[in-house]
Write a protein that binds this ligand. Structure first.
Ligand SMILES: NC(=O)c1ccc[n+]([C@@H]2O[C@H](COP(=O)([O-])OP(=O)(O)OC[C@H]3O[C@@H](n4cnc5c(N)ncnc54)[C@H](OP(=O)(O)O)[C@@H]3O)[C@@H](O)[C@H]2O)c1
Length: 302
């Protein structure tokens, strides 16, 4: 396959590119900083400059490719100031619109767009089970993800297949949520957040990559697909599992207020949680590489 990847320098993109290259696939990368992208991803990938908010990507980066994976966007896991909210929304809504415009003007365009998305689309639902048929929510993140998916859906009118990967909390020891949790847990002062009964829609990084590859390759995949492990864990279960794997106590409770002081409105993601299940991926026959939490943690921390 020849695949174009945006956001390739990020947590998910860098692991995806590594796996594509290892399989012998050809990779084109679109980055705001192509020199840095080439340095971090290796000489085997072709890099083009593209700022998602500036306009469509160059046609040469899309023409004749088999698929596009769109992962670029301002990091959501930060304090949501008004400026940050605008960057989070614009980079996805306008960025996806510009990518789609690039695809529209490209002859011999790719057959599939695998577009990043997030379980945040459902909004908070307590401990209710959420699958792809659950209606979208209406908080800030849900509105962002709805706009982001709406822009991606436009490629269907160009005759392209579109898969929207509604990703949960990606577990990777090197970056993202787990990397942030590690220092207190390694010091033995980690523990459940906000009572710990809320669910964490976790997924091992290797399964996010596995789902993207399946979505690229299999024509049966289309529409929204939750990228979460089959058995979501409560925050308390995740804390206990992390303590077990690190051989550290994990009983120091973290009050919701502490997280809210640090992150403001963004804290809702952690404090309220979401119990998401990957119904579509299982129906489509995807076999999870790391379905079990303790093993998934051991694998990424090894
Ligand atoms: N990681 C998770 O747990 C998780 C969960 C749910 C959804 N997702 C979604 O999946 C996608 C990929 O996630 P990730 O964790 O790999 O992301 P990430 O590590 O934050 O990286 C995303 C990439 O997007 C580009 N980027 C950053 N800020 C940008 C901005 N303001 N405007 C345009 N491009 C920008 C950067 O690439 P260049 O500098 O090379 O351009 C960056 O490497 C994101 O859209 C994210 O929201 C991730």
């Amino acid at each position: 396959m020849h695949v174009t990847v945006t956001g390739a320098t990020g947590l998910i993109g860098s692991r995806l590119v590594r796996e594509l290259v290892a399989r012998g696939d050809a990779v084109t990368v679109l980055s705001r900083n192509p020199r840095r992208a080439r340095e971090s991803l290796g000489a085997g990938v072709e890099c083009f400059a593209w700022d998602p908010e500036s306009g469509p990507p160059p046609v040469e980066s899309l023409r004749g490719r088999d698929g596009v994976v769109h992962l670029a966007g301002e990091n959501v896991a930060q304090r949501w100031t008004e400026d940050a909210k605008q960057r989070i929304r614009r980079s996805r809504e306008l960025g996806t619109r510009n990518l789609v415009e690039g695809l529209r003007v490209t002859e011999d365009r790719p057959g599939v767009l695998v577009s990043g998305s997030a379980v945040g689309i459902y909004g908070p639902h307590g401990n209710e089970l959420l699958d792809e048929q659950t209606a979208a929510g209406s908080d800030f993140l849900a509105e962002v993800v709805k706009a982001w998916e709406r822009e991606a859906d436009v490629v269907a009118a160009l005759g392209m297949r579109v898969v929207k990967l509604r990703t949960g909390v990606v577990l990777d020891a090197e970056a993202g949520a787990l990397a942030k949790m590690l220092p207190p847990f390694k010091a033995g002062i980690g523990g459940p957040v906000a009572g710990g009964r809320q669910y964490v829609p976790w997924i091992h990084i290797a399964d996010v990559v596995g789902l993207i590859l399946a979505a690229l390759e299999d024509d049966a995949w289309r529409g929204p697909v939750n990228a979460t492990a089959p058995e979501p864990a409560s925050n308390a279960e995740l804390s206990k599992a992390l303590g077990r794997v690190l051989h550290r106590p994990a009983v120091a409770p973290v009050p919701a207020l502490a997280i809210r002081v640090l992150y403001g409105e963004m804290a809702d993601i952690v404090v309220k949680g979401q119990r998401v299940v990957p119904r579509r991926a299982l129906e489509l026959g995807y076999s999870f590489r790391h379905p079990q939490l303790d093993e998934a943690l051991k694998s990424t921390l090894a």
